[in-house]
Design a binder for this molecule. Structure first.
Ligand SMILES: [Mg+2]
Length: 331
């Protein structure tokens, strides 16, 4: 369904909006009326399309960019945002260099928007009004598609991970209550259940052509953004604009150490430097595993290893609060 509201605003006050009404356990459907009111009061005209199935947000974003949209607003969770980004991008770069993305976060995790400084609608709209546009890095992940078994690739803006984290995501997706208790609590409940039964797997991690880890690992996280799983500070010093991925590897450690020391520490970003935790910077990375390892990407579970990942520096324009390490690139 497409609706258009025209308040007679000039072209730069036109928003092309995608809403996933089922994000945040359906909260996005209600929150949409609040966003629609806010953007109208601020003098924006808009066109809105509501997603009904997987893939719609990618298709809508692509169509908007092809039609010359200046600002595409993705309203939903990290998965919806990931889909929109993959619609705005081609393997060679942005489909339309004039298009920028604004994120109206309505999911349970809100992880990417933590790094962008736009967790709430009003923070995002204030940044939009002020013209704060920032060029952020994306990472392109190559993996094996879970359904077809064919090689596939996808950009991610926040985090891709393998092992424990992906297994927790699979359990959340499969559990009848889903994310009903909100991102962090659902994650913690399922993380504790998963840790009880999860066993590490052999991996070989290559960074910029060099093997840096070869052994049993419980988790590997490729971080563009700094937060995952509803607020865990997985890469506390990461930047969305430094042209580097932060790669965090958790070796096989005891369940006790994981539950009583590392898991609490990761919420406050104090796990780096602890025994069993490795941290690397990478432009390119590759992971080979003797058996397929499930991959999670911005909250979705698209496939399995082997994977390779490559950073695409400052390739996507987004509405964000200017970061401490960069200046605003303006409109
Ligand atoms: Mg970075």
């Amino acid at each position: 369904m497409t609706s258009t509201v025209d308040v007679g605003a000039p072209r730069e006050r036109m928003l092309h909006i995608i809403v996933n009404p089922s994000s945040g356990n359906g909260a996005a459907g209600k929150a949409w009326y609040s966003l629609a009111t806010d953007v109208s009061l601020r003098g924006y005209s808009f066109e809105v399309r509501f997603t009904e199935q997987r893939g719609d947000a990618t298709r809508f974003a692509r169509e908007y960019a092809e039609r010359g949209a200046e600002t595409v607003v993705a309203m939903g969770g990290d998965g919806t945002v990931n889909e929109a980004i993959n619609g705005l991008m081609t393997p060679d770069g942005p489909l339309n260099p004039a298009t920028r993305l604004a994120i109206a976060s309505a999911g349970t995790g809100k992880d990417l928007v933590r790094s962008l400084g736009t967790r709430t609608f009003s923070q995002m709209l204030d940044a939009l009004d002020a013209g704060h546009t920032s060029a952020i890095d994306l990472a392109l992940l190559n993996y094996v598609d879970a359904e077809s078994g064919e090689p596939a690739s996808r950009y991610f803006a926040n985090v891709a991970d393998m092992g424990l984290g992906a297994d927790v995501a699979r359990r959340i997706e499969a559990s009848p209550s889903g994310k009903a208790f909100g991102g962090m609590v659902s994650y913690l409940v399922q993380a504790v259940k998963t840790i009880r039964v999860f066993k590490g797997k052999q991996i070989r991690l290559e960074i910029d052509g060099e093997t840096v880890f070869d052994g049993a690992a419980q988790m590997v996280v490729f971080c563009n953004g700094g937060f995952f799983a509803g607020g865990m500070k997985i890469a506390p010093l990461s930047s969305l604009r430094d042209g580097l991925l932060d790669v965090v590897v958790l070796e096989e450690v005891s369940r006790r150490a994981l539950l009583t020391s590392l898991l609490p520490r990761v919420y406050i970003g104090r796990h780096i430097g602890q025994d069993g935790v490795h941290h690397f910077h990478a432009r390119r990375a590759r992971i080979d595993t003797p058996e397929p390892f499930l991959v999670e990407l911005d909250g979705e579970l698209p496939g399995v290893s082997p994977v390779s990942v490559e950073i695409a520096p400052q390739i996507l324009k987004v509405i964000a609060e200017p970061g401490p390490e960069e200046s605003d690139i303006g409109q």
